[in-house]
Design a protein around this ligand. Structure first.
Ligand SMILES: [Zn+2]
Length: 328
């Protein structure tokens, strides 16, 4: 139901059915003045059942509870309308709040725009439609637009007895935010740092070279005196610096792989490149990738291509409405 992690910090495990992420960690921080609920789960009945059971068991007074969303993704924000009351303060970074409001005010138009960019990356349009239905980013998002209290880097959230500081960590999303309890060295890392899986880095209209930004954000938090990392998914036990170094090394390996593939086969689209990259997924071939996973893989390929393009290592060329990539 819930688990006490540190004094006045609790975790509620929210299961994410039919999703490779498996679970979302929703955290509750209890202060003397206010409580803070960090991240929620998909807008799905199964997620709501887990979260509401945890909140009930904790006997959390929602009148004294604010909500903090580490980023806009629907596995973190989806349940907002089922949990927030009319007067609940909902914190989100200014950058993600802007993207989120654009998306929730006109979901279909925003999605079609993303799909057009994926066609340029090599996707076939009929495959896109399958992806849309399979993608919880679209189907399990918050039911409607919601007002947020937009926050910037370094803002302090004082709960009474516990003060949390926001740390802007762009990369996974343009406005991703971690929260730091400096007194105890506890970092709520959202999806910036995960232990069992590598956070997905895709391309964003609002954040050029998202992989470059992500790696900078990793290096930034690496300098912080973090004793305990409370991740947004799955296990939250592991060494902070070791894990950051592993993730950085993972992307360096990936970047080398992309260069090698393109040197061998110049002119690939991001889609074709993704089909040739190495993935830790339990399927035999690219055709067997579940549509949602294929979508994430192409996003990963795009962010790595853009990183290399910004570094002057590759160039892309538009040929018949598709971006083709070449090493320089
Ligand atoms: Zn997530």
């Amino acid at each position: 139901m819930f688990e006490e992690i540190e004094k006045n910090i609790y975790r509620i495990k929210v299961s994410l059915p039919r999703n490779p992420l498996k679970t979302l960690n929703s955290y509750v921080v209890v202060g003397t003045e206010r409580n803070l609920l960090i991240d929620l789960g998909f807008n799905r009945d199964e997620c709501y059942a887990d979260l509401s059971a945890g909140l009930r068991a904790l006997q959390l007074d929602m009148e004294r509870t604010d909500i903090f969303l580490t980023h806009l993704h629907s596995d973190h924000s989806g349940l907002i309308h089922r949990v927030a009351r009319e007067d609940t303060r909902i914190y989100m970074s200014r950058d993600d709040a802007k993207i989120n409001s654009g998306f929730l005010r006109d979901k279909l138009a925003t999605w079609e725009k993303i799909e057009r960019s994926y066609v340029k990356a090599g996707y076939a349009l009929d495959e896109q439609i399958k992806t849309r239905e399979a993608n919880p980013a679209f189907s399990a998002a918050p039911a409607a637009y919601f007002e947020t209290e937009d926050i910037d880097d370094g803002a302090l959230i004082d709960l009474g007895g516990i003060v949390l500081q926001t740390v802007h960590t762009p990369g996974h999303t343009p406005g991703h935010m971690c929260l730091f309890d400096a007194e105890r060295g506890v970092l709520f890392s959202g999806d910036h740092i995960l232990f069992d899986i590598t956070p997905n880095i895709t391309e964003w209209e609002d954040l050029d070279n998202s992989l470059g930004a992500y790696m900078e954000s990793l290096k930034r938090v690496r300098r912080m005196p973090v004793r305990r990392t409370l991740t947004g998914h799955r296990e939250n036990k592991g060494d902070f610096v070791t894990r950051i170094d592993e993730i950085l090394a993972h992307h360096e390996t990936r970047l080398r792989e992309v260069r090698t593939i393109l040197a061998r086969e110049p002119g690939l689209t991001a889609y074709e490149l993704a089909a040739r990259m190495t993935w830790s997924i339990n399927v035999r071939c690219w055709e067997e990738f579940p549509p949602g996973q294929k979508w994430f893989a192409v996003g990963e390929a795009l962010s790595h291509l853009r990183y290399l393009e910004c570094g002057g290592v590759i160039r892309r060329e538009e040929v018949d409405g598709r971006y083709r990539n070449f090493t320089i």
